[in-house]
Design a protein around this ligand. Sequence first.
Ligand SMILES: Nc1ncnc2c1ncn2[C@@H]1O[C@H](COP(=O)(O)OP(=O)(O)OP(=O)(O)O)[C@@H](O)[C@H]1O
Ligand SMILES: [Mg+2]
Length: 263
Amino acid sequence: MTDNAKAPLLEVKDLVKNYHDGPNSRDILSHLDLVVNEGDFLTILGPSGCGKTTLIRCIAGFEDYDGEICVEGNPVSDPGIDRMMIFQTFEQLFPWKTVKKNIQYPLKINGISDKDELDRIAEKHLELVGLKGKGDLYPHQLSGGMKQRVAIAKGLALNPKIILMDEPFAALDAMTRNKLQGELIRIKEKENATVIFITHNIQEALVLGNRVILMSKDGEIKINMENTIPKPVTPASEGYGEMWKVLNDALWEEDGGEGAAIE
Ligand SMILES: Nc1ncnc2c1ncn2[C@@H]1O[C@H](COP(=O)(O)OP(=O)(O)OP(=O)(O)O)[C@@H](O)[C@H]1O
Ligand SMILES: [Mg+2]
């Protein structure tokens, strides 16, 4: 067994990120350590501007940084198909391509050219996200929730080691959001995916995550806790109220008690 085989799926060590964009630039992420194991569903909470997006952009390979970020022991320096990012915006699909072609485009770029194989992968992932038979539609013919399902299908089709999600359900209505949370749990179990998911919503963090971290406004990890509430998690679950309170109090504290952006 090599050393790499023993390494956790993702290890972040002493991560510092400073955009160096002016005389007053500061460290956005400050000596941050984090381990994510295969199959984890990690949810990230923290006040606006604390560096959540910056953290997963560093993990995705979109930013340079000081410190170490390793996937299976290999340092991250560039974007790669082992890490797929899914964003909040509904406009992450090419409007001139059908749903199927949107899913297939990154596959083609990554060397899959066999048409039957491309169709098989697109169909499998459309079915996975509940959009069977919708492959020939264009993005403008889809609702916001359907667009996010396609974005998830597109990300999963590349079979990444880690899925990075930046508030993907924040712009959805409550019902659709609820439904997609359930779908994501089902997909995660079926594909044994590893997910890192940013949210502003404590309930969402507890419903989805087997582990929840809360970042401080100084870009440090203030809370890193196992979610021990038995699945499926609902606000009526035993232990939910206690965990919700710990996270809510910590967020209020980070916001200086001036009104936390919390649901
Ligand atoms: N490209 C950039 N150049 C310079 N500063 C940036 C850049 N991107 C983000 N920042 C700064 O880094 C800090 C953290 O931003 P980031 O987007 O990571 O926060 P966040 O926790 O995701 O916030 P939100 O919850 O509002 O999405 C902010 O002060 C922001 O202004
Ligand atoms: Mg953000």
